[in-house]
Design a protein around this ligand. Structure first.
Ligand SMILES: [Zn+2]
Length: 113
């Protein structure tokens, strides 16, 4: 935390709040389906780029960072779905027993995963 300039931390926190509002608290399914994946990839690029700008020595670990970001983003996309009825973002935490119905409105999920 000591190496992160305060404005960078504040802007990062604002981006995080806006992202959470757009993709977890909003009910706009069309927006979520259109931009969720792209936003995750953009955040990966932003975070990796920021880490290298703030500490150029970390560029040595760039292949590992890209691999980890790609795997974690693919995982997040795989376990996240959106309810067509109410727009809620649903994250499947149980791998072997995915949710078939929305926990908020009870509608059947068209794409459980
Ligand atoms: Zn629902």
């Amino acid at each position: 935390m000591a190496g992160i300039p305060v404005p960078v931390f504040v802007v990062g926190a604002l981006i995080g709040f806006v992202w959470m509002d757009a993709f977890y608290f909003s009910n706009d399914v069309a927006f979520k389906r259109k931009y969720f994946r792209a936003s995750l990839i953009a955040m990966d690029c932003l975070l990796i780029g920021l880490a290298i700008v703030l500490n150029p020595g970390l560029a040595v670990f760039l292949p590992f960072a890209v691999l980890f970001a790609a795997l974690s983003t693919a995982w997040t996309i795989w376990v996240t779905t959106f309810c067509d009825s109410c727009g809620r973002t649903i994250v499947h935490h149980q791998l072997l027993d995915p949710l078939l119905f929305c926990a908020s409105c009870g509608a059947r999920l068209t794409r459980p995963r």
